[in-house]
Design a protein around this ligand. Structure first.
Ligand code: KE4
Length: 427
């Protein structure tokens, strides 16, 4: 791979941008080495500033289920932009995007659009605390919900002790309002609720986590959390920023038929522009300002460009067979990659649901964060670079999801598999 221009840009970036990036995971710390700089994208492929063309399985960390620069999205945003980029005045497009979300995500009756997943999760948590008049939140180890203070928390010493910050700058007092527990562990959940249940405002979780790699819920786990929260009067919040419109059109809640009280969305609903959302029953959502007393606001929330991109994305995605086509591609690719790994004698544990997948360099099974973090990240890094040199861009971390798009066709799959065959052999 040619990289002279990326290297010189990387030097310039590090002079003025912290770590050369505007989001840490882009710095390739998970795989070592320096990132390349994107110049353009089209369909399943991204071209870097040195002209290297790469098949992209990161797709901006999930949003680009239509691939890069889909003409329907580009045209919709262009038309919106010519009429003005932002008004801070109600517009029709935000109604239409909200209507689509209400129609597609089964538990949502009303929604509030914001500008990022972080903004959506922090707002949903404030709403849950205001609605239940309780302070404690439960998060699950290995789930990521953006960088709001109360969510940068890890387990304290014992399971029932209160959370401690994972980042400087988060007050211990604040972190202590967040409890943590392992994913897929019902005994831990029951113990936590026995100890703190009447003070727990909500559990927030990724129903299908994609931030420790992709881990699947054990049979009945999600329904059991639904029952447990109902018993104690706590809310169940599904963070479907990643799983929404990815594991199924209606998200994990549709796939598993488990209805949360609040849902958080992002990524796909913005079609590559900044959109987050949170939604739930009218009864709960109407506690948010200006109807209710729980405050939340945003200058660019529901702006015309982002809503245009989101609506165009959902329009295409809802055309007959489109979503299932991406699921089929993901399934086929996963099966072939698994066969290549076995042929090469490389132990991998694969997970997939819908259009999200993951290949852990681990014998498996992987049911929790502690399982996932036993993966061979050095081997993953070697595989990552082996694939990149052969024109395939995977997530620069073992603990992320691989995403596919409508633009990943037979030629992309064939090229990916021949790259993987060589990269496995080189391990
Ligand atoms: P943003 O604030 O980055 O829009 O969304 C935060 C967020 C919330 N919930 C889930 C389930 C998420 O996956 C995310 C963000 N995902 C990461 C990738 N794992 C974004 C990539 C990045 O941080 O640059």
């Amino acid at each position: 791979m040619k990289s002279a221009i990326s290297q010189s840009l990387w030097k310039e970036a590090n002079r003025v941008l912290v770590g050369g990036v505007n989001s840490p995971v882009r710095a390739f710390k998970g795989v070592g080495g320096d990132p390349f700089f994107a110049a353009s994208g089209k369909g399943a492929r991204v071209t870097d500033v040195d002209g290297n063309e790469l098949i992209d399985y990161v797709l901006s960390w999930g949003p680009l289920i239509l691939g890069h620069a889909h003409p329907r999205v580009t045209e919709a945003v262009r038309l919106a932009l010519e009429k003005g980029s932002s008004f801070g005045i109600p517009t029709e497009a935000e109604i239409r995007l909200a209507e689509r979300i209400v129609e597609i995500v089964p538990s949502i009756e009303k929604v509030r659009l914001v500008n990022s997943g972080t903004e959506a999760t922090m707002s949903a948590i404030r709403l849950a605390r205001g609605y239940t008049v309780r302070d404690l939140i439960v998060k699950l180890e290995g789930c990521y919900h953006g960088h709001a203070d109360g969510l940068l928390v890890k387990a304290g010493s014992g399971l029932t002790t209160l959370g401690v910050p994972t980042s400087p700058g988060v007050p211990a007092a604040y972190a202590s309002c967040t409890l943590t527990m392992p994913y897929n562990d019902l005994d831990a959940a029951r113990a936590l609720f026995e100890a703190h249940g009447e003070n727990i405002a909500a559990i927030i979780l990724e129903p299908v986590p994609g931030n420790m790699g992709v881990v699947l819920p054990e049979d009945g786990y999600l329904q059991a959390l639904r029952d447990l929260t109902a018993t104690y009067g706590s809310l169940l919040i599904f963070d479907e920023v990643m799983s929404g419109f990815r594991v199924a059109m209606g998200g994990a809640q549709a796939h598993f038929s488990v209805m949360p009280d609040l849902t958080v969305l992002g990524k796909v609903i913005g079609g590559g522009l900044p959109v987050g959302a949170y939604g739930g029953s009218e009864e709960i959502m109407d506690r948010v300002s200006p109807v209710g007393p729980i405050y939340q606001a945003g200058t660019l929330s529901g702006n015309p460009l982002a809503t245009a991109a989101g609506i165009a994305t959902l329009d295409v995605l809802e055309e007959p067979g489109v979503f299932n086509g991406v699921v089929e591609t993901t399934t086929k690719l996963g099966a072939e990659l698994g066969a290549l790994a076995r042929e090469a004698g490389v132990p991998v544990f694969q997970t997939q649901l819908g259009t999200m997948s993951c290949m852990f360099f681990h014998d498996g099974p992987i049911k929790s964060y502690s399982d996932a973090t036993a993966s061979d990240t050095k081997r993953y890094a070697k595989f990552f670079w082996g694939m990149l040199e052969r024109g395939v861009y995977l997530a620069p971390s073992q603990y992320e999801a691989a995403f596919t798009s409508i633009a990943h066709g037979p030629s992309e799959i064939d090229q990916t598999l021949s790259a993987a065959k060589a990269a496995f052999a080189a391990l």
